[in-house]
Write a protein that binds this ligand. Sequence first.
Ligand code: C2E
Ligand code: CA
Ligand code: CA
Ligand code: CA
Length: 279
Amino acid sequence: AKDKGKNSVCFYTSDINDRLHHYQKIAMTLHNALSDDTLQLYFQPQIDLNDGHILSCEALLRCSDNNSQPIPPDVFIPVAEKSGLINRIGNWVIEAACQQLVAWKGTALENVRIDINLSGKQLTNPNLAEQILKTLHQHELRPSQLGVELTENEVIGGDNVQIGQLETLKNAGVHISIDDFGTGYSSLVYLSKLPVCSLKIDRSFLVHAMENESDMAIMKAIINVGHSLGLTVVVEGVETIEQDKLVKSLGCDLAQGYLYARPMPADKMPEYLYDILPK
Ligand code: C2E
Ligand code: CA
Ligand code: CA
Ligand code: CA
């Protein structure tokens, strides 16, 4: 029995070592990606369900390891947050989004807003709002050309400084979205007090709404509450024509998902735009 105990301790330790090794490898990859400037933004259109035009697109960060294998953001973002690299990475994203908006000036994409994802950690920097507005100004961009997405849990539990920063951004005209809505813990009362413009309903609701009535009821309720609070309602993860029909019939304002387009590098966007134009 003693031996067994010793063995299981061994397994446990090697498991921790593996995880530490994995973590350090990713942290190092992120560090190198920043210094070699190899991070990349992909863009995924958000479609206005009333007329099919691209209102905005979400900027999704991409990072590859030494062998050019992509590391999923769900894996590297938590490492960036724990290692403290998230602020540098976040600043890189803000700058890259602004540069893209500049590059789209005078093209068919010039009225498309770019929505970046913010980590709650970034919002604890009391200068974040000011810095975002300054970067927009330096590139001669209007604040309304940029949007930020935050999950409920990153906003709640935040103190007045964090809410204050969102207020500064919103008052300046930056679009604010609550991401993955419905999966967190915010109450509707709380939501009504937040400086937000849009709700993005988490993909899991759409998947389940197709299957059972109570999830359908929840989805309808979220859309109604969103609208009665004067918010735009976006649904993410639309993959099928049936889902597209459903979200249209429920009165969602915007949709995003593989059915319309997968996230793509910026240079593929004009092609995509051309493909969806009526011919
Ligand atoms: P998110 O903000 O909820 O982004 C949406 C995710 O859903 C993206 O995954 C997107 O590729 C994926 N997606 C879009 N349409 C569909 C669909 O129809 N079906 C399915 N199954 N998936 C769809 P991605 O790019 O892997 O990003 C994962 C998460 O990583 C994001 O979730 C976001 O939380 C985080 N992330 C990505 N870029 C950044 C960033 O620049 N900063 C921060 N802080 N987080 C980021
Ligand atoms: Ca998002
Ligand atoms: Ca989301
Ligand atoms: Ca998510």
